[in-house]
Design a protein around this ligand. Structure first.
Ligand SMILES: NC(=O)c1ccc[n+]([C@@H]2O[C@H](COP(=O)([O-])OP(=O)(O)OC[C@H]3O[C@@H](n4cnc5c(N)ncnc54)[C@H](O)[C@@H]3O)[C@@H](O)[C@H]2O)c1
Length: 269
């Protein structure tokens, strides 16, 4: 079994600090991924924003480096291409000396509709990005985390509940929930913690793009934006990023295999 320090005597600043650690955020160019990158950089990590869109990732990285005073760089990755995942993980170690934190954030939620109309290609694409991308990302990260680490997966409240019209997405996120728990079991001997967050509706560029087409397909996301217990607003990316920071830091050193809803209580309604 790995030796996990008892942090009872460690000060709060040190528990939150990620100084000396290197983090990769897939899908980090915008939305929730960019917000996570900002908090990790603020906490002192060297951050790699890895995305399909290298230009957008590099632009966001430059902006976050400016805002936080930290080191943030952009990189290309396609989570459906494991060679690119391996390359990002290897490069992080080659250039900084370690890989300590990996966030499987890249995900897609294209317009869908009744399950009886879902095409095989559509289902395959959803699973390839959301499930296999998370599995392969974790695998390639774990190979490089020789001193242990923290992995956080982006599940969803739809990975813990159901919603009509988005069955393939719901299946992919339920799979991420199961995968998170099993990888926590398998990677614990390597001192790698694996946890997930399950956001409710968070206003991001990806969600904005889908509001109209999803409504046309029968899922009125707009009506669910403030469908929660806490506030008359949708979530914002930083609502999720702050919880991810907790799961990456030594504040949660004794936490693995959990899925934390970040939904202002929406699951309870
Ligand atoms: N926004 C929400 O309401 C919400 C709720 C629950 C879960 N999530 C999950 O959070 C994650 C981020 O969502 P978001 O709303 O910020 O999305 P977004 O669409 O705003 O941003 C996603 C980013 O991922 C990148 N990406 C897409 N496919 C990729 C691939 N194959 N390889 C690498 N990068 C890729 C995109 O270029 C983009 O920069 C997703 O996994 C999503 O399922 C979002």
């Amino acid at each position: 079994m790995p030796s996990v320090p008892d942090h009872t005597e460690t000060g709060i600043g040190q528990l939150v600090s990620l100084a000396g650690r290197t983090a990769v955020v897939t899908g980090g160019a915008r939305g929730i991924g960019a917000a996570i990158g900002r908090r990790l950089a603020e906490a002192g990590a060297v951050v790699v924003l890895a995305d399909l869109d290298l230009d957008a990732a590099s632009t966001t990285a430059a902006q976050l480096a400016h805002e936080t005073g930290g080191t943030v760089v952009g990189a290309h990755v396609d989570v459906t291409d494991s060679a690119t995942l391996a390359a990002v993980a290897e490069r992080a170690v080659a250039e900084t000396g370690s890989l300590d934190i990996w966030i499987n954030n890249a995900g897609i939620f294209p317009t869908t509709g009744p399950a009886i109309d879902a095409a095989d290609d559509f289902i395959d694409t959803m699973m390839r990005v959301n499930l296999r991308g998370t599995f392969a990302g974790t695998r390639e990260a774990a190979k490089q985390m020789t001193a242990g680490g923290a992995i956080v997966n982006l599940a969803s409240i739809t990975g813990l509940s159901v919603a009509a019209g988005i069955s393939a997405y719901v299946a992919s996120k339920h799979a991420v929930v199961g995968l998170t728990k099993n990888l926590a079991l398998e990677l614990a001997p390597l001192n790698i913690r694996v946890n997930a967050v399950a956001p409710g509706v968070i206003l991001t560029p990806g969600v904005e793009d889908q509001l109209a087409p999803l409504a046309a397909a029968g899922l009125d996301v707009r009506s669910r934006l403030s469908h929660n217990l806490l506030a008359d607003r949708a979530g914002v990316p930083d609502d999720v990023a702050r919880v991810v920071l907790f799961l990456c830091s030594d504040l949660s050193a004794w936490v693995t295999g959990v899925v934390v809803p970040v939904d202002a209580g929406a699951l309870l309604r």
